[in-house]
Design a protein around this ligand. Structure first.
Ligand code: ATP
Ligand code: MG
Length: 412
């Protein structure tokens, strides 16, 4: 198939917008006789005039050839083997062209069959993600009509949508992600396939889905994403307790918390820690549950009991499909329970005192988000925020600076 080539006069991507390390990687691969392009989300975002989150490279070189060319490359992934080339904090992902059977109606468990440039495009998910960019020639190469779809703001699978969702149900989550992020229209056949295949979602890898959910919580478009995930019924399969809570909660507190977090991210603030994001998802459900329990039993649980319930609620909400990493689960549980330390359920306010827990700052982060929805909480937040934070070295795990250790002088 002949691709359509767009020149710089048409696509107007400014070369200086391209990451210099990605450019270096592509040039080095080309000098070694391989073909290599910028691909995927990076090209899409450049064409949309947005700042790409990452730059991915696709090449004819095999993972081993990539590794031998770059000293700073490591090979990762079993299902999808690729090279990570590290430049300080930054990683350029370099994947070998894949072929993959795009017609087979089976779940893809491995995707490591090398192929041609065109085959590589055809096994990608959406047309807007299937564009190559050649930095040397400054051309955009389009095998899948991705360029006009981007212009018309249409989300369309490459190939037959039902098949593509069955082969890899995570693509449905990705469809919703792009819908939430860019507010593009979904092409009718792709839309129909999403409705037909939504139950397939539980066949995909929980680790991959959890990563997509967490990334979306950090993205600045968490509210529209979770809203759509719920509307399309995928949340019911993945997080049924949360989905039921959203249906019952007319005031939509969870969505309001997400909106507040989104606004922070959009104003160029860093997203809160993942434990805070998960706790924000579950806090309104936990609060409703605690109030119900108090009404039923007439007894107010103490902090220890609340902490235990927070742990159980996380377990209950994320199982049976997901298994959260232990550290994340522990931190989220602490963040949830601490909300009742800041404002106790019995209404009796204690004097704030320093809490020696490394996750204390995270708990305050969620409390601050809640303050935007309930301004009456702000004076409590300020009191707690004034406290000095005294943490042990574990604080480092929580993103806090490690206290400086004195070195003993060696005696000469
Ligand atoms: P983001 O801006 O969030 O990084 P992205 O589209 O770049 O979005 P990546 O996860 O970085 O997402 O993937 C890079 C590219 O790999 C995609 O643009 C797409 O071409 C391809 N891709 C990713 N996931 C899949 C999948 N599940 N099936 C097919 N192709 C995929
Ligand atoms: Mg990307």
């Amino acid at each position: 198939m002949q691709p359509k080539i767009y020149t710089v006069d048409e696509h107007r991507i400014l070369p200086e917008k391209i990451d210099s390390h990605a450019f270096y990687v592509i040039e080095k691969l080309r000098e070694a006789g391989h073909s290599a392009y910028l691909v995927g989300g990076g090209v899409r975002d450049l064409l949309l005039g947005e700042k790409p989150k990452d730059f991915d490279v696709s090449t004819s070189a095999s993972p081993e050839e990539i590794k031998s060319l770059f000293r700073n490359a490591i090979l990762i992934g079993r299902r999808f083997r690729l090279a990570h080339i590290r430049f300080g904090q930054k990683i350029i992902e370099v994947a070998t062209f894949r072929s993959g059977d795009t017609e087979a109606p089976d779940l893809i468990v491995r995707d490591n069959v090398w192929g041609s440039e065109e085959e590589d495009v055809l096994r990608r998910d959406f047309t807007i993600n299937g564009l190559f960019y050649n930095p040397r020639e400054q051309t955009v190469i389009d095998y899948v009509q991705g360029y006009p779809d981007l212009e018309q703001r249409i989300l369309r699978t490459i190939g037959q949508p039902d098949l593509r969702f069955i082969q890899d149900p995570v693509r449905m989550i990705r469809l919703i992600k792009f819908c939430a992020r860019f507010q593009f229209e979904i092409d009718p056949p792709t839309h129909e396939a999403l409705l037909n295949c939504k139950e397939e979602i539980v066949k995909s890898s929980p680790v991959r889905i959890l990563e997509e959910l967490l990334r979306m919580l950090e993205s600045g478009s968490a509210r529209p994403f979770f809203h759509l995930l719920h509307e399309y019924g995928l949340l019911r399969s993945l997080l049924p307790a949360l989905s039921s809570h959203i249906e019952q909660d007319s005031s939509q507190v969870m969505m309001q918390l997400l909106q507040e977090i989104d606004e922070g991210v959009k104003q160029d603030r860093k997203a809160p820690d993942r434990s805070v994001l998960l706790a924000a998802l579950l806090f309104p459900m936990m609060h409703a549950h605690l109030l119900q329990q108090i009404e039923k039993t007439g007894q107010i649980p103490h902090l220890g009991q609340i902490a235990e319930q927070a742990g159980k609620l996380i377990d209950f909400s994320f199982s049976p499909f997901f298994k959260l990493p232990r550290k994340l689960q522990g931190a989220a549980s602490f963040v949830l329970a601490s909300q009742y330390r800041f404002v106790p359920l019995d209404g009796r306010l204690r004097k704030p005192k320093t809490v020696g827990d490394p996750f204390f700052s995270y708990a305050l982060d969620l409390f601050k988000v809640r303050c935007a929805l309930e301004p009456d909480l702000l004076p409590y937040y300020e009191k707690w925020d004034e406290l000095p934070r005294s943490f042990s070295y574990e604080g480092e795990e929580a993103g806090l600076a490690r206290p400086k250790r004195r070195r003993r002088r060696r005696r000469s």
